[in-house]
Design a protein around this ligand. Structure first.
Ligand SMILES: Nc1ncnc2c1ncn2[C@@H]1O[C@H](COP(=O)(O)OP(=O)(O)OP(=O)(O)O)[C@@H](O)[C@H]1O
Length: 341
């Protein structure tokens, strides 16, 4: 049986419609061209991806640099227009909606990214920065907005004295807390966290991840949590999508993916995580061999076959579909139903 990634959707697990449903999403970026130059094949950044996110669920999205994670996150927020496919948010197709229809939805979907300070106007105080989204979306009276700024800073663990300061006066971890507070100003249902803790020290990472978890418990927000670090993704996610060169390689519960990865790419990602062995205190890791191929000219058949230690003839000829196996979905010919029959 071949299934789309929505087959293990939040609808099945929770009995209610998922908050977000992504179906066959494609984003190709045109390259080159011009008056005298031949147009090159487009960059196939996202190439037919389907998944869903339930209410209050965290879906992790992991893969090497260049696998298409950020593009996917921006498509979900309609910061980019897709080449084809649909994104449905709370029952509404946002891919075909006009920008005027998207604006009220955007209030309910916010982005947290790696370097919040670079997006902040350095001449604005933290209070002004927190006020801004509320003003743009017409939320509250000036007095209510002021009160909300102080509440939000408290929620993210910062003193209200921070309101009068400027972005450069904060450490990386504090700046990310401000980024989270700013994202919460519009009371969103979905946060897309794009490498939100990647630039932080490990101990600070854990504090910010715990903050995100506690906010989720209090407010029931859903997260699409994007990171290249599988350890970080595992810590915060209920389910994990493993992405390779614009496609999903594997989708499953985060504990299952870590304990029993099926796809050779997921296995290689896990082996590349630094680990302390029992016999020595040395950190050992087996880095992934080879480079991720050019997304303008992805390999035929399975996109991972050029780096896969388990490849066989079919892998070079036929593109594997996502198949259900042990409660997960895996796009690998090793697990096609005929292979196990
Ligand atoms: N605007 C664009 N125009 C052309 N190519 C793009 C554009 N944005 C992204 N790409 C390309 O699309 C591919 C996927 O990029 P994307 O940033 O989504 O990957 P990623 O997995 O998030 O990697 P990283 O962690 O390095 O950001 C890359 O080859 C990238 O160069």
């Amino acid at each position: 049986m071949t299934l789309s990634a929505t087959a293990d959707s939040a609808t099945d697990r929770q009995g209610v419609a998922p908050l977000l449903e992504v179906t066959d999403l494609v984003k190709h970026f045109p390259v080159g061209g011009g008056l005298f130059r031949k147009e090159s094949p487009p960059v196939r950044a996202v190439d037919g991806v389907s998944f869903s996110i339930g209410r209050g669920e965290t879906l992790g999205l992991v893969g090497e640099s260049g696998s298409g994670k950020s593009t996917l996150g921006r498509l979900v927020l309609r910061l980019l227009d897709p080449t084809s496919g649909t994104v449905t948010f709370d029952g509404q197709d946002i891919t075909t909606a006009r920008q005027s229809q998207v604006k009220p939805l955007r209030r309910r979907m916010q982005l947290i990214f790696q370097d919040p300070v670079s997006s902040f106007n350095p001449r604005m105080t933290i209070e002004d920065l927190l006020m801004e989204p509320m003003v743009v979306h017409g939320i509250g009276t000036p007095a209510e907005r002021k009160r909300r700024c102080a509440e939000l800073l408290d929620q993210v663990g910062l003193a209200s004295s921070a309101l009068a300061k400027y972005p450069h006066q904060f450490s990386g971890g504090q700046a990310q807390r401000i980024g989270i507070a700013r994202a919460l100003t519009t009371d969103p249902d979905l946060l897309v966290c794009d490498e939100a803790v990647s630039a932080l020290d490990v101990s600070i990472q854990a504090q910010v991840l715990n903050l995100l978890k506690s906010i989720q418990q209090e407010q029931g927000i859903s997260y699409l949590f994007i990171a290249h670090d599988l350890n970080v993704v595992r810590y915060i996610s209920d389910r994990v999508c493993v992405m390779y060169l614009g496609k999903l390689a594997e989708v499953g519960g985060s504990d299952r993916i870590m304990a029993d990865p099926l796809h050779p790419y997921t296995q290689a990602l896990i082996r590349s995580i630094p680990a302390v062995t029992a016999s020595s205190s040395r950190v050992e890791r087996i880095p992934l061999q080879g480079e991720i191929p050019n997304p303008s000219k992805p390999p035929a058949g399975c996109r991972f076959h050029t780096r896969c230690p388990l490849k066989f003839d079919l892998c070079e000829q036929e593109e594997p579909q996502l198949h259900e196996r042990d409660g997960s979905l895996t796009a690998c010919h090793l697990y096609r139903p005929e292979a196990s029959a």
